[in-house]
Design a protein. Structure first.
Length: 690
């Protein structure tokens, strides 16, 4: 049993059968220890731990508290430059702050704490996380929900899948579903089975059932070599393979129809793979596989579907293009907007799309629905490229307009196709949908998501607690050499105009206070920023963008540990600088970038917008001031980019297989932020509602 995985994915923990003997005082002490992390144990869970002996309770509690400490960031020691932050910063003059910074840069000395003790933290009335008891069967069901996802998994989720396979070995087949719908996940599961369940005939059966294209074979080879199965980033470095592995990959490639065209889509990767695959050694046994790989080596590319589409687009031969796109419904959906803009007869294009819309995947239909339903013209066209890194690009929308009636019909086609598909699923009965779910995005592509305290989808807008003060925090440890990571907060008004930044070079401003710049962290270092939300709002600030910059240019993935988050504080002068009970979100910073923008705060609507984006540094000095163009672009893209929301998704399901009611008390199925199926149940949503 992996308590960390169970607690993170379901807010549940397992309690083993106990021998009894724990006293009420010992149980109450356990409840108090867990409460220090803004968590409460449910009554059934308290009843179960009451059946443990004193030693069993102690061991169980040690494991759970260890998980909670790591989740909130309480497993490390926090030592900011100004240990009595924020009082020391508030009391010091600008000259003194400058001299202290210079002294630290020259000597790396940090200021000693004052002798007086800090008062106990004033606690706000913030909603706590409820932890429930869970069974072994509930825990084991997590694997099926993860691998049944119809969209990509994050790095953390992939690690969860691999943990199950590595731990259960040949027993894992009773937990796996009959079909794995998403191709990237097929490769990840297949490679894990090959590595951790060697010699089992069921592994070959799984691969033969789930490998359908040449690209599936390539993804499997990439996964076996620890590469990016999305195939969006740089080519994987393939290492020497055993003969059995080479034969396996060639045997999977051999029966695939039209393999040459598929291989040519990733010809350079196939060339690198061929260097270790040696297909010529098995020319007699796998001739079709050899022919496909040889075509890639010789660049003998047949006229591909993509090249024909691009040619017809450039020539604006839409009447010829439309039937070609119908042969690839998913590609038709992705190019529908562009096709409608170029067509003189958009209704004919919509007729053709309607005929094949039922064959388009739910995630693609939902994305298209959000796009065609968005107000036009779009203030900004933003792109988040596919891949393992979360980056954003944006340009001004200069495309030909599409009439509202054409857009409305396109939206109706998408809705009808989705409702028809969802109607085939089991009935939901009476359903309540919380209207606030429109603020939460559908988890369509999580491959670039970072590990965080709460499972969040980029672009989701979560309510902030009713508090005046927010404390941002950052902790990191040196990599191979001296590492300087900087925490900054950039302030923008409602028109996205930059107003001020609180950073290492400006410790005070606009109601924000920085704990001081630390430039070396051999044993770990931390920085904090306090935000007075009322003062910021009075000064006309709407958006606060948290920015984390690697000043010494090391990518975050090269550091032993780096994470950030935010706390809600009733009072900044009480309590320790870091209090786990006040932590609302914590995110691991581990991307192959040097700038990370984890979240944005909308002070007008009191919402926290989950960003989890990376930027590429170009200025000489990597700080927020020199990256304002990228920060502003990210902010506008995050606000304006149309994305499918959960209220729309769940409403389509209810229209197809349920009846919507006005309150959760009347409902058999509840979709809400705090009960029933919530936005944080991403694996359930991706496996059962997409």
């Amino acid at each position: 049993m992996n308590q960390e995985l169970f607690l993170r994915r379901r807010s549940k923990v397992h309690v083993p059968m106990g021998t009894g003997g724990a006293t009420h005082a010992q149980v109450a002490s356990a409840v108090r220890e867990v409460a220090a992390f803004r968590c409460v144990l449910s009554e059934p869970l308290i009843e179960q731990i009451g059946r443990l002996s004193a030693i069993e309770l102690k061991c169980w509690l040690r494991e759970i508290v260890g998980v909670l400490r790591r989740e909130t960031g309480a497993h490390v020691h926090y030592s900011p430059l100004y240990p009595d932050f924020p009082e020391q910063v508030l009391a010091a003059s600008e000259a003194q702050l400058y001299l202290n910074a210079v002294m630290h840069y020259l000597t790396l000395r940090r200021l000693p704490p004052s002798e007086h003790s800090r008062p106990a933290m004033l606690e706000g009335n913030f909603i706590s996380r409820v932890i429930e008891p869970g069974s072994v069967s509930e825990f084991e069901s997590l694997l099926e929900q993860l691998v049944s996802s119809r969209s990509s998994l994050s790095e953390e989720e992939t690690a969860d899948v691999i943990w199950f396979i590595r731990r259960y070995k040949d027993d894992v087949f009773r937990l796996l579903p009959d079909a794995v719908p998403f191709r990237e996940i097929r490769a990840q599961v297949g490679s894990a089975l090959i590595l951790h369940v060697p010699g089992d005939a069921r592994v070959n059966a799984f691969l033969e059932h789930n490998v359908e294209t040449a690209t599936d074979v390539l993804r499997l080879a990439v996964a076996l070599n620890g590469g990016d199965v999305s195939l969006a980033t740089a080519s994987t470095r393939f290492t020497a393979m055993k003969r059995s592995m080479r034969r396996l990959l060639l045997r999977l490639l051999e029966p695939i129809p039209n393999a040459v065209e598929d291989v040519m889509r990733h010809s350079e990767r196939w060339k690198r793979l061929a260097e270790v695959l040696h297909p010529g050694d098995y020319a007699d046994k796998y001739p079709r596989a050899l022919a496909a790989i040889t075509a890639a080596r010789r660049n003998e590319a047949p006229a591909s579907f993509g090249s024909r589409v691009e040619t017809l687009f450039a020539q604006r031969h839409i009447a010829t293009l439309t039937p070609l796109l119908q042969s690839h419904p998913g590609e038709f959906a992705r190019r529908l907007d562009a096709t409608l803009r170029r067509s003189m007869e958009p209704e004919a294009v919509l007729d053709a799309f309607e005929a094949v819309a039922a064959q388009v995947s739910s995630p693609v239909l939902l994305q298209l629905l959000a796009q065609v339903s968005a107000p036009r013209p779009l203030p900004l066209r933003a792109f988040t490229p596919k891949g393992s890194l979360a980056k954003v690009y944006g340009i001004k929308d200069r495309r030909e307009p599409v009439t509202p009636d054409v857009l409305a019909r396109a939206a109706q086609i998408c809705e009808d196709a989705l409702v028809t598909r969802f109607a085939l699923l089991p009935p939901l009965g009476r359903c309540f949908i919380d209207p606030t779910l429109r603020e939460y995005r559908v988890p369509l592509a999580q491959r670039a998501s970072s590990k965080s305290l709460r499972t969040l989808v980029r672009g989701s807008r979560l309510p902030m607690p009713d508090t005046r003060f927010i404390r941002l925090f950052l902790w990191w440890k040196n990599g191979r050499g001296r590492t300087d990571i900087d925490l900054s907060a950039a302030f923008f008004d409602a028109n996205f105009v930059f107003r001020e930044a609180v950073a290492y070079y400006n410790l005070k401003g606009y109601g924000g206070y920085h704990s001081g710049d630390i430039v070396d962290a051999p044993k770990g270092a931390s920085e904090f920023i306090d935000l007075d939300l009322d003062v910021l709002a009075e000064k006309g600030i709407r958006y606060v963008v948290t920015s984390i910059n690697s000043f010494t240019e090391q990518p975050y993935c090269d550091l032993p540990e780096c994470f950030a988050g935010w706390m809600a504080r009733t009072d900044t002068a009480s309590g320790e600088v870091f209090e786990p009970k006040s932590v609302f979100d914590r995110i691991d910073i581990a991307s192959d970038t040097v700038i990370c923008l984890p979240f944005v705060m909308d002070l007008q609507e009191r919402r926290m917008i989950w960003a989890d984006l990376g930027l590429t540094s170009s200025p000489r000095w990597n700080n927020v001031e020199n990256n304002l163009g990228g920060v502003s672009l990210m902010l506008r893209a995050l606000i304006h980019t149309p994305r499918p929301d959960l209220e729309t998704l769940f409403d389509l399901h209810v229209r197809a297989r349920g009846q919507r009611v006005a309150s959760p008390q009347q409902a058999q199925t509840v979709f809400a932020t705090d009960q029933g199926i919530t936005p944080f149940d991403t694996d359930l949503i991706r496996s059962q509602f997409l």
